[in-house]
Design a protein around this ligand. Structure first.
Ligand code: GCB
Ligand code: CA
Length: 815
């Protein structure tokens, strides 16, 4: 829902504690609750936490009763103006959505109240081929009313599981004392390095024992990795001393229809998919995510950038800035030990809303507080973690350089959408080369690039913002080589790995941002295999790129088979394609694909491809179900035909509900069918139709395009009885023409178009005013039974009375 619930929700749980638990210390750890949580035990407020994406821990011991039931109540609110983000292109699902732990420790224990962290931090100030140095720090807490003496032990295991070091010390703890420790390890000589190719992990076990009895009291385990890296403005990224391209993804944490409440295995599955695609880098966007993600990145070898969600604009609120600082500290402490993380981030497109909302003068104070906050966060980040770098993501505006934001962090991320939110693909090259010439020392990551796609939409003339699968492929096939070619670009993270929930978005799939290369259910789109072909050299990739369009329709001239291109993504040099057993020839791949024009007739066809990798055969095959639509209409080919046309569009649209395909529009020629007069409705020069949701239909894209100023729609059919269905939605509007402007619902209909409808010169409907009569942005179908005449078949004429006539779709069926 666009207007989803933002407010308070309550959770309640009873917890039975026995006498045995008395004398222990009890903690509740919430891995996350969005956005503000207040925790009560037996009616007492234990604590409050602000921030929806980081963990927090409370000591509940003083509020518990032993030998009976305890009531834990949690109030969570997802409507706080103090908690970042205040806006953003994703749904702020509320509530407790990650795991909650009850942790029971003895009175002496490793401190657990340090910003939701595990409490033990392993610093690795130096790593090289020859040695790595490290130390372990943390705090010990004595919650008893008596003093105590404990042994603190750290055992370091090598990747083979052998103890290579043991650090032991004795610690005296006064009653109630919280004591810091920092233990320096010995150098690890010739460390086995961690890398995406070989993600080698060492283990650090931290143990406390009673000094006298030697009994185990508390224990925690951390995994660490030894690697070093740098970003260079001229030469890009380096890992363990070698140039290394960061090939990455951005990932949101939701999955339809469960929102944010993914299980750990679902998080881990996403990282397995990323690894399978060949990614070696992830931008954990736009907020800290589940521990399971980081754990999996360490294990699989995926470098990571993790960030806190300060998005669009910094509001004038001290409380907000306070939460930003807390969230940054929590994120860093909670994920400090993960070798996967190389950079921390804290802002995304922070001048975007500022620029849109305010004029130049009004912007000054907003920009000032943004820069002040960025500087404070940068300092905090470096204090918290002197060994990692900082990154910030900008949208494609030079303002970030002008106001000085680009010189605050170590690395700059550019979110670039040339050829999507306006402009042309080549705008990407121009922007980047220009930036690099002007600021050659700025290390650059392309922190976002992407295009939406909807598997119901296909086109042989794909164009910007048509949401066709083919346009997304073209976009990505252009961007990725452009990024790969430039040595100075450290890497990129595509937007987005998976289609995700964005409540305010309309477009072709309302409530979904469909720029994913996987659908929300994690099925890969075909373009996933383009990435895989380009990213992976260690395995053969051969994929017929038409799983997204295996049920096809085509307009057929006479009896000649319909030629339609079939693309294969592959990292092999040469591949061959077969259709129904016939070879269509061997082709060399170019930019990891090859395309064949394939002749189709109605029915099922088996498409098969093969190639050779390391002297063994690699193959792929699938069935394509093809339906022809006659170009010329005669008595025979009309039988059983439902001729449906997506008027005002170059795209085929297949309804998910009925399975019917609405073919792309075409001009009328004698003997055939098509439109007469008018033009495709374009609100601006780079997109078509409207992006606003159409009510009363699930076939949004069909109604989102139309032909305006249309004079007639003709079908040269033989005599007989037919059913004609006309589809309308009045999508003309005032208001913004900016494409990336989600949440702006102020679009209002303006049309005032009034027209009469004639079919074969008979008035069938008069003074039709779609918007006025049926509501703007609302789907309407009008169906008529008509007799075709010998002279003109069927001719639907639209006569404007006020403004212009228009039509969004039309369907013909012989009765
Ligand atoms: C962006 C934002 C991201 C959006 C994306 C989009 O620049 O950083 O949050 O989801 O564009 O799809 O428009
Ligand atoms: Ca249409």
């Amino acid at each position: 829902m666009k207007d989803y619930y933002r407010g308070t929700g309550w959770y309640r749980k009873s917890l039975s504690l026995t006498e045995k638990d008395q004398g222990k210390q009890l903690f509740l750890k919430f891995e996350a609750a969005n956005q503000v949580a207040r925790v009560f035990v037996n009616g007492h407020l234990v604590g409050e936490h602000k921030g929806g994406y980081t963990a927090f821990t409370f000591d509940i011991t003083p509020f518990c009763s032993f030998g009976k039931k305890n009531i834990i109540a949690v109030e969570v609110n997802n409507a706080s103006p103090e908690v970042p983000p205040i806006s953003g292109d994703f749904t702020f699902f509320g509530g407790i959505y990650r795991d909650v732990w009850l942790i029971i420790t003895p009175k002496q224990h490793l401190a657990l109240l340090n910003n939701g962290s595990g409490g033990v931090f392993i610093d690795i100030p130096e790593v090289s081929q020859s040695f790595a140095s490290f130390s372990v720090r943390g705090e010990l807490k004595n919650d008893a009313s008596t003093k105590s003496e404990v042994k603190l032990i750290h055992q370091i295991y090598n990747p083979e599981g052998k103890i290579i070091q043991r650090l032991e010390s004795c610690v005296q703890l006064a009653p109630g004392e919280n004591k810091m420790f920092k233990n320096q390890g010995k150098r690890v000589m010739n460390p086995q390095l961690w890398s995406p190719e070989v993600p080698t992990l060492y283990t650090v076990e931290t143990i406390i024992k009673d000094a006298k009895s030697d009994q185990l009291i508390d224990k925690t385990t951390n995994h660490i990795g030894f690697r070093w890296y740098k970003f260079d403005g001229e030469n890009g990224f380096f890992l363990n001393g070698k140039p290394y391209k960061l090939r990455g993804i951005c990932r949101h944490q939701d999955q339809k229809p469960i929102g944010n409440a993914l299980s750990d295995e679902m998080h881990r599955r996403d990282m397995i998919l990323a690894k399978d695609m060949g990614a070696n880098f992830i931008r954990i966007s736009h907020y800290p995510q589940d521990e399971a993600i980081l754990e999996q990145c360490d294990k699989l070898g995926i470098l990571a950038w993790e960030e806190i969600p300060i998005i669009d604009m910094v509001p004038d609120s001290k409380a907000f800035e306070q939460v930003c600082e807390t969230s940054l500290r929590e994120m860093i402490r909670q994920h400090y030990n993960h070798p996967a993380i190389i950079t921390w981030g804290y802002m995304n497109e922070i001048l975007l809303a500022t620029q849109r909302k305010y004029n130049k003068e009004e912007q000054a104070p907003v920009i000032k507080r943004t820069i002040d906050l960025a500087k404070r966060l940068e300092q905090l980040l470096k204090t918290e973690d002197p060994y990692r770098l900082s990154t910030i993501a900008f949208h494609g505006s030079n303002a970030y350089n002008e106001v000085g934001l680009s010189s605050i962090t170590d690395v700059i991320g550019w979110n670039l959408y040339q050829g999507w939110y306006g402009g042309k693909f080549t705008g990407l090259d121009n922007f980047l080369d220009n930036q690099h010439t002007k600021y050659p020392n700025h290390p650059i990551i392309i922190s976002e690039y992407g295009a939406g796609s909807d598997k119901r939409i296909h086109s042989f003339a794909p164009q910007c913002f048509d949401f066709s699968i083919e346009y997304q492929q073209n976009y990505i096939e252009y961007y990725l080589p452009a990024i790969e070619q430039r040595k100075y670009i450290s890497g990129s993270t595509l937007w987005n790995f998976i289609d995700f929930s964005s409540a305010l978005r309309d477009e072709s799939m309302p409530r979904i941002n469909n720029k994913g290369v996987l659908y929300s259910d994690r099925t890969p789109k075909d373009v996933f295999y383009y990435y895989k072909a380009l990213f992976r050299k260690d395995t053969p990739v051969l994929h017929i790129a038409t799983r997204d369009w295996a049920t096809r329709t085509g307009i057929q001239q006479g009896d000649t088979p319909v030629l339609q291109p079939i693309k294969v993504y592959s990292n092999l040099d040469e591949i061959e394609l077969f259709v129904d057993g016939q070879s269509l020839g061997v082709k060399k791949t170019e930019n990891y694909n090859a395309i064949w024009p394939v002749p189709f007739t109605s029915g099922r066809h088996y498409v098969y491809t093969k190639g050779i990798y390391n002297s063994s055969i690699v193959e792929d095959g699938l069935n394509i179900f093809f339906q022809t639509i006659p170009e010329k209409l005669n008595r025979e080919n009309l039988k059983g035909l439902e001729l449906a046309v997506n008027v005002g569009s170059n795209s085929f649209f297949t309804s998910e509900e009925s399975g019917l395909t609405w073919v792309c529009d075409k001009p009328y020629t004698p003997g055939s069918w098509g439109y007469v007069g008018g033009e495709i409705y374009r609100p601006n020069d780079y997109s078509i139709g409207t992006q606003t949701q159409i009510k009363k239909t699930s076939d949004n894209p069909l109604y989102q395009t139309l032909r305006t100023g249309l004079e007639a729609y003709r079908f040269d059919v033989p005599e007989g009885e037919y059913e004609i269905e006309l589809l309308f939605a009045d999508i003309f509007s005032t208001g913004t023409k900016i494409l990336y402007n989600i949440g702006d619902s102020k679009q209002t209909g303006i049309s005032g178009n009034v027209f009469d409808i004639y079919i074969n010169n008979r008035l069938v409907d008069d003074n039709v005013s779609i918007g006025e009569q049926f509501g703007y942005f609302s789907a309407v179908k009008k169906r008529f039974v008509v007799s075709a005449s010998k002279e003109e078949g069927i001719c639907v004429k639209l006569f404007p009375k006020v403004g212009k006539a228009f039509l969004n779709g039309i369907k013909l069926r012989r009765l």
